[in-house]
Design a protein around this ligand. Structure first.
Ligand SMILES: [Zn+2]
Length: 106
């Protein structure tokens, strides 16, 4: 039996591969500050969004191809996305650090 995923596919603006929404990080324009793009890990923020793998390589590719500019139709500030990657991805990135997730307070 094949597993059919009913999830809609989205395209990563970095590597341009399609993936299920749950595998991609949603990015949206911050409504309070019109040119700032922020990560929306809960996929709840309204507004124009773009999708990116939670991967630094994809972020770099997206920056290099000006994919943010294209996705949001203009120049945007992605420092918020950068911050998100630095705080969350770096915590989960290295295979060595995975085990430190819990039980480290002993
Ligand atoms: Zn990607």
């Amino acid at each position: 039996m094949e597993r059919t995923t009913a999830q809609p596919l989205r395209t990563c603006i970095g590597c341009r591969r399609t993936a299920a929404r749950s595998e991609l990080l949603r990015l949206v324009m911050d409504r309070g500050d019109a040119q700032r793009v922020v990560a929306d890990p809960r996929r709840r923020l309204p507004g124009r969004g773009a999708w990116l793998h939670p991967d630094q390589a994809c972020l770099k590719q997206a920056v290099r191809r000006r994919a943010f500019h294209r996705a949001f139709r203009g120049p945007v500030d992605i420092s918020g996305v950068d911050d998100f990657f630095r705080s969350s991805v770096s915590a989960a990135a290295g295979p060595d650090t995975v085990q430190a997730e819990s039980g480290s307070e002993i």
